[in-house]
Design a binder for this molecule. Sequence first.
Ligand SMILES: Nc1ncnc2c1ncn2[C@@H]1O[C@H](COP(=O)(O)OP(=O)(O)OP(=O)(O)O)[C@@H](O)[C@H]1O
Ligand SMILES: [Mg+2]
Length: 308
Amino acid sequence: MPPEIDREALDRVVVIGNGKGGVGKTTVASNVAGLAAADGIKTLLIDVNGQGHVGRELGFREGPLDDGGAALHESVLWGRPLVPVRNVRPNLDVVVGGKQVGDLPADLALRFPNKPITQSLMLAVALQAVAPDYELIVIDSPPENPPLLQLCLAAGRWLAVPVKSDSGSITDGLGDISKEFALVKEFSNPDVELLGVLLFASGSNATAIHREVRTEVADVLGSDQLMFESMVRSSEAVARQARKRGVLLHELEQAAKDNPKFWQLRAGTARRDQVVSPTSASVSEDMAALTREILSRIAQREQESEMA
Ligand SMILES: Nc1ncnc2c1ncn2[C@@H]1O[C@H](COP(=O)(O)OP(=O)(O)OP(=O)(O)O)[C@@H](O)[C@H]1O
Ligand SMILES: [Mg+2]
């Protein structure tokens, strides 16, 4: 028999996922979790990724907190409570990802041969023990790894899908994740639901493109109702600066307030690469609007299901 899961304990778990790579999953997962935490919401961020990029977003990669995913691997494989790193930011705990997470599918298959449903439920098992400590749990899922993606979806209540405006990420990406989503919903987790699709790294004024994206999403999902209103505008400069410093977007925006003055640059007492792009404020505001929309949509859907 597959393990019993207390679905109520997992009712505030949001998976950020898309079958495709490089569409903003890690950026969105880290920033939404970080902003919710900064707003006083007790938040857990789980990095179910062989690359451990969440550590880069939050600035702990290859530091003492980075165990390469060893603790996550151990908890999921043996069904023991997850061991988060506490207070990576105020109110934000993180379950660290990394190389060892990549070994999970093979190791789970060895431990539970011919039991794909049990294999897919082991993150849910490890998470349910610690879930009541949190008001929000965000899972960053990996690209092109169906077994790991299934682990994430089987532990989640909600799925938010970032897409880029290139049609590959919409048709293929949404198509791929829809397949895993349907499998998990049927066999492992009937409670998982699509919360919405969001446009990531888009030109802020490209109205025609936004309209096309809505149409493409509607073609795949049957409706554009699930598009989030908010989108995250494109700025490679801001993305690079945030990752280089290991800070979230709202933290980068704060840092912009300490930008060197032009006379310091001219006098050579400050360097040009210390200057934070002023666009950080807009990208940070996009992320804040998206976070508010995600949280209010969850609250609304919760209310609707209570009334049903
Ligand atoms: N607002 C932005 N505009 C443009 N590029 C961005 C923006 N924010 C982040 N990026 C960059 O986009 C790339 C992909 O982002 P991210 O790593 O979040 O995607 P991902 O879906 O998690 O990728 P993977 O599938 O490899 O895990 C990264 O190089 C990141 O620095
Ligand atoms: Mg990622």
